[in-house]
Design a protein around this ligand. Sequence first.
Ligand code: SF4
Length: 116
Amino acid sequence: MEHKLTCIICPNGCELVYDDRKDKVSGNLCPRGEMFAKQEILDPHRMVTALVKTKFSSTPVVSVRLNQKIKKKDIAKVMKAIDEMIINKKMKMGEVIIKDVADLKGIDVILTKDVE
Ligand code: SF4
């Protein structure tokens, strides 16, 4: 089966085709496009950002991100864990609010803003 996708690694935006029967990528102007296409089709990862509730009326929600990209299939359970979290103490940007979120070893949720 052929999969069509646009490479987002650089502004050229090459139109790629990945043929999974031949494990071959075409349309790429450089090797990074081949790596991008194979990962995107075979094992896609995403960076997750979100908002977390706090108990403070001055900052009712605060922005967070993960410390690294995660597999696309794990996004729903990570978002559920983040949605269930309520911050109840003052914290600083960069602090970890959930370690190994959703039992994903090494994946932490980090504040990107102070909780004041
Ligand atoms: S294949 Fe290479 S040149 Fe083309 S968009 Fe991707 S990174 Fe850029």
